[in-house]
Design a protein around this ligand. Structure first.
Ligand code: SF4
Length: 248
């Protein structure tokens, strides 16, 4: 049966990829690029593709979604005046899950990087012909175990993957985004403003990525005192490793 790895380029996916290579499995790793991952994820992808090529391994297949003519999640949100949703996760379904399922030839096994510490997230295949498999759980590998596997292969541990304007991001991630990638922070604020203005014009309550307008959140988090703000930036900068990230 065909085997695929649903790749997010985060800690779990990379560890699972290495585990499958170590087992000599014949599988296709597949990543959907909707253009909204953090820049660090794209840098890791380039490095990892070179690492795979040097060892004669199959590269990660990179798919481009097509959602009503949109290849990027930000472009879709801009045109539709939407922001990613915390309730139904339409963004994941349309821009990640659906392109993967279109690509898969069934019957097949889909390897998913859910680790042993989050086993409740492991679900059997939702579609007939696709069987989900959770090797990290089968091998008792939690987040730290995954990081160890990656280091043992001589690779850097990736920062956790996710969209730069994901509403599931923690405060520390938003602050890190503003510090490292202020232009992307501005894109997130702009998308949010468009969405809120459109909802208000249609008589609906505005919704926000952080529960209130992003710039307002930023000012609240950093405080108005410059010294306090600098301390905050240093503190959050130190949290910039994998542990400070969540995935949507
Ligand atoms: S990371 Fe967040 S914004 Fe991106 S697809 Fe997942 S839930 Fe949506």
């Amino acid at each position: 049966m065909r085997q695929y790895l649903s790749h997010g380029l985060g800690v779990n996916s990379v560890a699972l990829h290495l585990l499958l290579l170590d087992q000599g499995a014949d599988f296709e790793p597949v990543y959907v690029n909707h253009g909204a991952d953090w820049p660090e994820t794209y840098q890791y992808l380039s490095m990892f593709q070179r690492w795979l090529a040097r060892r004669g391994h199959r590269p990660v297949t990179v798919l481009t979604p097509d959602v009503a003519g949109h290849a990027t999640l930000a472009g879709y949100c801009r045109e539709r005046r939407l922001i990613p949703g915390m309730v139904r996760r339409w963004c994941t379904n349309r821009f990640k899950v659906t392109p993967l399922k279109r690509h898969f030839e069934d019957p097949c096994v889909c390897h998913i990087g859910v680790d042993a510490g989050e086993a409740r997230r492991a679900k059997p295949g939702a579609r007939k012909g696709i069987v989900n498999r959770f090797l990290l759980i089968e091998n008792g590998l939690g987040r730290e175990g995954c990081a160890r596997v990656i280091r043992e292969h001589g690779l850097p541990v990736p920062e956790k993957s996710g969209c730069f304007f994901c509403p599931f991001q923690r405060k520390s991630q938003w602050l890190l985004l503003h510090e490292r990638h202020p232009e992307l922070f501005s894109v997130a604020a702009e998308l949010e403003e468009r969405c809120a203005a459109d909802r208000v014009a249609r008589g609906k309550a505005p919704i926000y990525l952080t529960g209130r307008p992003l710039m307002e959140s930023l000012h609240r988090w950093r405080g108005l005192h410059p010294a306090r703000s600098r301390r905050g930036r240093r503190r959050h900068g130190n949290e910039g490793g994998e542990q400070g990230w969540i995935v949507g």
